[in-house]
Design a protein around this ligand. Sequence first.
Ligand code: NAP
Length: 257
Amino acid sequence: MTDRPVALVTGATAGIGAAFARELSAQGYDLVLVARDQARLEALAAELGGAEVLPADLSTPEGCDLVAARLAAPVDLLVNNAGMSLNTPFPRSSVEREELLLRLNVNAVMRLTLAALPGMSARGRGDIINVSSVTGFAAMMPGSTYPATKAWVTNFSESTGLLVRSTGVRVMALCPGFTRTEFHERAGIDASKTPSWLWLDAGRVVRDGLRDLKKGKLVSVPDWKYKMVVFGVRHAPQGLVRRVARTTRGRIGRGDH
Ligand SMILES: NC(=O)c1ccc[n+]([C@@H]2O[C@H](COP(=O)([O-])OP(=O)(O)OC[C@H]3O[C@@H](n4cnc5c(N)ncnc54)[C@H](OP(=O)(O)O)[C@@H]3O)[C@@H](O)[C@H]2O)c1
């Protein structure tokens, strides 16, 4: 046992989750790293000079149970980051793939938040960051169900965060735009036409998110470009937003980010 704070990060083997692990380690946290690939988890733990590794598939009830059991012991920060996208328009998708998406992007976030939150509230401290996406703010990708999962994550985080605020616990949705990770390749999404100026660096996303958490924000949108996008989709006439959604989809690539 040490006096150092403990953070549990899901999806820690790559991309934004690995960037969280590196940043939190540098900030003095002890880490619990969760993902499916045990070898990659152990390699990251070694790079960080030691961390607890917890291999689990969060799209399964067993994987969620395992991580929920670990959260029964106090954790200061939970980062629900593991997530995926599909590269199939809904009418051509399958029940199996859509349920997989919902189990990982929605159900695991609900399960692990519910595992951590009561203890945090009772202790009067603790933080939860749920990694969502700018895509959750509007139906910007006709036919993709990924944004709907992220709309749930953002709304859920904001709603839960509002409820527990008075107990000293913070819950925040972190909503990045296009970020350079393995995400698009894993989903089979060709993001090669996405202009380079739209891409964010995972480390920068994480640092912005942690700064916004400290400020007490319920929803964090890293980078001024994406803040403007979110302002636009929230305040522009919805007919205009839908027209833009139909026309930009082809131009910026398949933008399931
Ligand atoms: N990249 C973007 O443009 C972007 C933009 C906005 C939001 N996001 C969100 O950011 C989060 C992180 O994505 P990323 O871009 O960093 O993606 P990534 O590079 O593909 O990393 C995904 C991570 O999740 C883990 N993972 C995947 N399926 C899992 C499962 N069933 N159980 C447990 N862990 C699993 C992967 O590790 P294993 O394969 O070892 O399990 C990996 O560590 C996601 O929630 C994503 O929706 C990404």
